[in-house]
Design a protein around this ligand. Structure first.
Ligand code: ZN
Ligand code: ZN
Length: 346
């Protein structure tokens, strides 16, 4: 058994056998075996041939292999295909119905000059007699005062102390909503902390960068009838602004440019249209802690999934994935971006 296993390792060219180690590693492995056994290096011929291998040698090899944690597997792993085949520049075409190839970060929308209190009030209805419930922001009863005593929250009349969000009906202390608003982007929008209904236009804190998109003449697995939309995001590292977790501190940007893929179908183009809206609203990326590496103060994806694996699906970020476009549309909806937003975008 061991003998056979060793043969697999050291006989890369043997018929029907999979090459398990690259030649250089094989060379060193054989050198090490020779040194440990205090005998001359074993010629390859003898091992790949039919002559028996010394049992002690096989044992030592086993130990060396596991200690060095060298790759030992007897079946070929599925192949990761991250990138499409090479594409000539002349084969890259614009996406039908989209005017431009590229979207740079637009200037931040000018503040409307409204105070946080005015913004919050805009989305609230008056509540004459608050219910016997707790405010889910401060966990204090709605009939009592707000548990939040922030510096930015001024005194408030009893009549305005509780409000109902107009669309979803959830009720909070007015001061609690103002405190929550002050803690966010202060972009004129408000999100119900209970049901996530968005009031106004939600924006994010994606750092400045560039989003390119075009058609490449290759098909994605599961989408044989159409070509592929390639999106290339590029965000350079920089310094965090007031909207980021640590203003004034640098942030890193790993793995850019990031290449992402969508099928060039009607539905794929719809998703692209909405991703452009999300980009302009700074909702594709954020600055925070990477869930993969644990690195803080770095550019991270912001809950809208992208496919970064062109030709396989080993990471879960590839194709085929029949539910992908529906999932993205739902994730965009959660960010306040619906198909109506796509209609006005070009
Ligand atoms: Zn409260
Ligand atoms: Zn709500």
């Amino acid at each position: 058994m061991r003998q056979l296993w060793l043969e697999h390792i050291v006989a890369p060219t043997h018929r029907n056998h999979v090459c398990l180690l690259p030649p250089l590693q094989l060379f060193w492995l054989k050198m090490m075996i020779g040194l440990v056994m205090n005998v001359p290096t074993v010629p390859v011929k003898n091992l790949s041939g039919s002559s028996p291998v010394h049992p002690a040698l096989a044992g030592i090899t086993g130990i060396l292999m596991s200690a060095a944690a060298l790759p030992v597997c007897l079946t070929r792993p599925p192949k990761l295909v991250l990138h499409p085949p090479p594409v000539n520049k002349s084969d890259i075409k614009p996406v039908a119905g989209f005017g431009h190839y590229c979207r740079k970060t637009t200037k931040k929308q000018a503040r409307k000059g409204k105070t946080p209190e005015e913004v919050v009030k805009k989305y609230l209805q008056k509540v004459k007699s608050p219910p016997e419930e707790d405010c889910t922001i401060c966990m204090e009863p709605l009939v009592g005062p707000s548990g939040y005593k922030g510096p930015a929250v001024g005194p408030i009349s009893r009549a305005d102390s509780v409000g109902r969000l107009a669309q979803c009906g959830h009720q909070y202390h007015f001061q609690c909503l103002v405190a929550m608003y002050n803690n966010g982007n202060k972009d004129g929008s408000l999100q119900c902390p209970t049901c996530k209904t968005i009031y106004g236009v939600k924006t994010g804190n994606q750092p400045a960068g560039k989003m390119e998109y075009h058609i490449i003449p290759h098909s994605l697995p599961g989408h044989p009838d159409c070509k592929t939309i390639r999106i290339i995001y590029n965000i350079p590292p920089g310094i965090q602004g007031p909207e980021h977790p640590n203003p004034g501190k640098p942030f890193t940007a790993r793995g850019f440019p990031r290449h992402c893929y969508l099928p060039d179908s009607e539905r794929g183009r719809k998703v692209l249209r909405l991703l452009l809206v999300a980009w302009d609203r700074r909702l594709i990326f954020s600055v925070g802690t990477s869930s993969t590496t644990g690195e803080s103060d770095t550019v991270i994806w912001n809950e809208v999934h992208h496919k970064t694996e062109f030709g396989s699906n080993l990471t879960g970020h590839g194709f085929p994935d029949p539910g992908h476009l529906d999932n993205v549309l739902e994730e965009l909806r959660v960010q306040g971006i619906t198909e109506d937003d796509g209609l006005t975008e070009k």
